[in-house]
Design a protein around this ligand. Structure first.
Ligand SMILES: Cc1cc2nc3c(=O)[nH]c(=O)nc-3n(C[C@H](O)[C@H](O)[C@H](O)COP(=O)(O)O)c2cc1C
Length: 424
């Protein structure tokens, strides 16, 4: 009797909720696991979906708050891997500064505006994106989940979100292209001392439909990451994220294929190739090498932004690598306004480092970023639930962004301007 009483109550509650959802103008239909052209309105749909599932006792599979998400990932991962993903360089001052910079800025909402229809789309390099979000390049994904970047690619494609594939990925440029089909993807290059290897990697990305090349500048050497050093565990050196190298004809010719006894040599050379110094001579060569849009990731100084423009670069990603490289470096969000001012609308400026939810993305866009890159949050999603986990995390961020737009009084990304930001 008791259970039938409860199920009647549940049915009644479901009907009431469905009527409420219908009268609020939403279908209540789960729409998140297929790619959308526009995530306007998704904030309400996602909440409806979660609350409707809750009526049958189903809770979100992946935690929503950053703290709980990190804790869930920590419970799944060996300490050396958790610390590798979580950690920053040195005393982790820059890691903290990235979050502090978002906290210091607050949103001044407008409330006398019609926000019943929202448009989250943006234009970038002649393409329309459903929302101003990219999945940041994060290497060695197989440490977090055996499906590695293939799971990430599937999740990104199912939501229509672009992925920036790391050079140091678990699977190759070609395998990821197969997974992603028509979905927008860029390739992130670590340019090492072997020009022919960089050239070959760029060629492979071009062949496989990657539509921009992102050159990461801030890994001239590995950062001083004390957590990794404290573990003194070779997991991180044991050849993770080498798929692109080992499948590369230039790499194979130069360094050979891995064998039991050749492991050390291969490993060393792989690290050398990942220490990625780009001086102006290399920048000129990279610019001449590809006709694809070329972006530089890791710029924090307006002087470097000026050089980027002088050398014909098409876009800048303001980033301190999530606080993983130079400890003591300025927070990305603090560096953004001066870079935007220097660039003066000539090329798009994107940003990453510390973006955890919709309001952070809103603040970055208000301060002049065209789009934002999500890093650690989706890697935690990968650790917790593979493809599903990445999708859940990104869906929550998309929904949160739509809600933030509405509650701030904006109905399109274009309307998000500096006027919405108050400096504490
Ligand atoms: C585990 C991990 C691996 C990363 N690997 C790369 C990489 O291969 N190439 C790259 O350009 N950036 C890499 N990054 C940096 C990210 O692209 C991005 O700049 C950073 O995650 C942003 O900081 P956030 O995650 O705190 O938001 C990595 C970051 C993490 C956490």
């Amino acid at each position: 009797m008791r259970s039938s009483h409860e199920s009647h109550r549940q049915i009644l509650a479901r009907l009431v909720l469905q009527i409420n959802i219908a009268s609020a103008g939403s279908t209540g239909h789960m729409a998140g696991t297929r790619a959308r052209e526009n995530y306007g309105g998704y904030g309400s749909e996602r909440q409806d979906e979660i609350f409707l599932n809750g009526l049958s006792g189903e809770k979100p599979k992946v935690p929503l708050t950053t703290v709980d998400l990190e804790a869930a990932a920590k419970a799944k991962l060996p300490p050396v891997v958790f610390d590798y993903i979580f950690g920053g360089a040195g005393e982790e001052e820059t890691l903290s500064a990235n979050r502090e910079a978002f906290r210091r800025r607050t949103i001044i909402p407008r409330v006398l505006t019609d926000v019943s229809h929202r448009d989250t789309r943006i234009e970038l390099f002649g393409k329309t994106l459903p929302a101003p979000f990219f999945l940041a390049p994060a290497g060695m994904q197989e440490l977090a989940h055996p499906d590695g970047v293939l799971a990430i690619s599937r999740a990104a494609a199912s939501l229509g979100l672009p992925l920036i594939l790391s050079t140091r990925s678990s699977h190759t440029i070609e395998d990821v292209a197969k997974e992603m089909g028509d979905c927008l993807r860029w390739f992130q290059l670590y340019h090492g001392p072997e020009w022919n290897l960089s050239s070959s990697l760029i060629g492979r990305a071009e062949e496989c439909g990657y539509s921009a090349i992102v050159v990461t500048l801030d890994v001239q050497v590995r950062g001083w990451r004390e957590r990794d050093l404290m573990h003194a565990d070779s997991t991180l050196l044991r050849g993770g994220g080498t798929a692109n190298y080992l499948a590369d004809p230039v790499y194979r010719k130069e360094f050979g294929v891995p064998t039991e006894d050749g492991g050390v040599k291969i490993r060393k050379n792989t690290w050398v190739a990942a220490e990625s110094g780009v001086d102006l001579r290399a920048l000129k060569m990279l610019r001449e090498r590809t006709r694809l849009p070329l972006l530089l990731k890791g710029i924090l100084s307006p002087s470097d932004a000026k050089l980027a423009i002088d050398y014909g670069v098409d876009g800048i990603i303001v980033s301190n690598h999530g606080g993983r490289q130079l400890d003591g470096a300025v927070a990305s969000l603090d560096a953004l306004p001066a870079v935007v001012k220097q660039v003066d609308g000539k090329i798009p400026v994107l940003i990453d480092s510390g973006i955890r939810g919709g309001p952070d993305a809103f603040k970055a866009i208000a301060l002049g970023a065209r789009a934002v890159l999500i890093g650690r949050p989706y890697v935690w999603g990968l650790a917790v639930g593979g493809e599903m986990g990445v999708r859940e995390v990104m869906q929550n961020i998309l929904a949160d962004f739509d809600v933030t737009m509405a509650l701030s009084g904006t109905s399109s990304v274009r309307e998000i301007t500096r006027d919405f930001i108050s400096h504490a």
